[in-house]
Design a protein around this ligand. Sequence first.
Ligand code: C6P
Length: 415
Amino acid sequence: MGVQLDLFNVRAIRRDFPILQQRVNGKPVVFLDSAASSQKPLQVLEAMERVYREAYANVHRGVYTFSEAATAAYDEARAKIARFIGAPSAEQIVFTRNATEALNLLAYAYARAFLREGDEIIITELEHHANFVPWMVLARERNVTLKFIPITPEGLLDLDAFERLLTERTRIVSFAHVSNVLGTITDPAPIIARARAVGAVVIVDGSQSAPHMPVNVQAMDCDFFVFSGHKMLGPTGIGVLYGKRELLEAMPPFLTGGDMISYVGFDTVRWNDVPLKFEAGTPAFVEAIGLGAAVDYLSALSMEAVRAHEQHVTAYALERLSEVSGVRVFGPEDPRRRGGVVTFTVDRIHPHDLASLLDQQGIAIRAGHHCAQPLHQRLGVSATARASFYIYTETEEIDALVEGIEHAKRVLRVS
Ligand code: C6P
């Protein structure tokens, strides 16, 4: 049996998540797929329901009580999120649908405006498709060169190789703070320092870091930072783009229409100020308010404690999985160098078969390429299984996973 850390009362936390009280296929639910999307606490569900029940009206439009209340709550959510990631001001928080849309916004509004033929973008071999395909499309369209920082056999970024990829034509360097497959935590500091030296802007994909560890974009000194609300206790349909003010101000808008203008005449249009310039149309303000409540929940726990808990659970999972014959774990061995995801294969069992057999035991994991096919090509496998953890994960659930894998091996007669 595993031991929980004293500072983190997982049992009490689990009581806030109604979905975790259920049984799946007659078994208590063991949810090990939070890297794909996290579950939601009552506090987030209630915050959103409160808006719909008590003060719902479109924001930035009405001068009546409901609209003013909704607008104030929306603005407050933006301010909370700015504080959560250490942004200097709420105006530097642009709401998007998710991290994917935030990265597309940068590829369209920033890169298409400022990159020229022959310029270079550097990403890494471990990127999620969201930080891969938008740059690939841009590279083809504009004759821009796309380069990849390779990974070491342990699954870390090879910074010496990065040094060699940089040239005076490098305009953008974009990388995942935490890999959704290998779990690798990349220290942004050396990458940012080297990118700055050639005048490139740095985009950090925080989809798997912001939900799980303290993040301070000012201390990091990145130019842009993106993440999704649904992976951090918030609802779907809301994501965040943080940017340095001068860059956001220099960029043209991405989508156009209502709310993003300050004036429209028959032959003129003036953009609204940042961040509204990037938020065309009725925004997902109830979802933003839900994300604000999620950020309150995480802040009350403290992100240091969230990280410590997940590191503890990850270390336990790495140790337990190493005892199972036929299991191969990918990514750094040291739990201090990785976030709360453990990706693995089991000899002679396809990850999808494993995931289906585990589901019969009430255990949810993800199987496939996890939207990182080029990385899987590098790893020499077409698919992997992935267990991922969050604030509500108990070490007993890792025990259940290990028992479930042994059970699958027996069922498929591979032990
Ligand atoms: N990864 C996973 O199971 P969206 O889909 O826009 O909310 O997030 C995209 C994204 C971008 N970067 C990284 C590092 C990610 O992990 C993700 C989402 C999920 O791994 C769903 S594919």
